[in-house]
Design a protein around this ligand. Sequence first.
Ligand code: XMP
Length: 330
Amino acid sequence: MAADRRPDDMARINTPELAQAFINEQIEAINAQVGPEGKVLLALSGGVDSSVCAALLIKAIGDRLVCVHVNHGLLRKGEPEQVIRVFKEELKANLIYVDAVDRFLDKLAGVTDPEQKRHIIGEEFIDVFAEEARKLEGIAFLGQGTIWPDILESEAGIKAHHNAGGLPADIADRFELVEPVKILFKDEVRMVGRELGLPDSMVNRQPFPGPGLGVRCPGAITRDRLEAVRESDAILREEFAKWGLEGKVWQYFTVVPDFKSTGITDGKRTFQWPCIIRAINTTDVVEVTVEHLPAELIDLLVNRITSEVPGINRVLVDYTPKPPATVEYE
Ligand code: XMP
């Protein structure tokens, strides 16, 4: 089995050669753990950690890894398609795609309390994943993209890392965990992902909350407002990439709050939502500074978002650091 803890004297994996050596070691460790016939189940969100974990496992055991990608309807534009393209088509992964969009959005309909929204999304995710797991026979291992900061933070009582504890006992008891990136820091996970051939757009992904766009659609989520969040986020990401800000700014996204204001389009009165732009930098997410955007970029975003995103007639830029604001709105 792989090392349980990061050795104190472990060198930082910061070159392709070191990443390659790590990959080779892990392939051996995974094979030693699961044996020649063992199968592994993995919830693949498409985030950096689960994607790198999946790519490593595919390299080690091929189609004995079964990935489950749950589309809960709160992912960014193009994400489910990218997961299918990269893993199913390019890496030939054994991937089960679950379209659970209606299921999640129906459960969330009318729910305004942020914690209740998070709770529903978390519970529903476990239910969907457990349902898929019950359908599969003969899988003894559960892959997880746990990384070293997750372990440090759960030990320090900062956050409970997303381990198998969330799964119902009949499911959790069936599995032994396989965590091939658990001794790595985030930059090392990205380096290993690059060496494994994952696309930059996946490896360099900014942090994205588990409850996804749900926390950027404050109050009760409606499909039309959620679409406005998704489309405006896609425009923001496209322009940040064009302006060379991708990979330089820690996190950037849009929020569409649940109130409307008057506007005017083609000489006619409109009554629509505003779209808020937020771009932040941090090293620890405890304290956060804002990225001051070039005025021409703001003008361009105002123009594109109000003309291309249905339901938006106004764009606001949030320049509030943390504290006093948090990064997300819920
Ligand atoms: P806040 O809003 O607490 O966010 O200042 C700090 C960082 O955490 C991310 N975030 C979450 N990540 N599940 C997650 O996996 C969540 O429920 C969640 N809420 C916030 C947020 O995007 C930011 O990077």
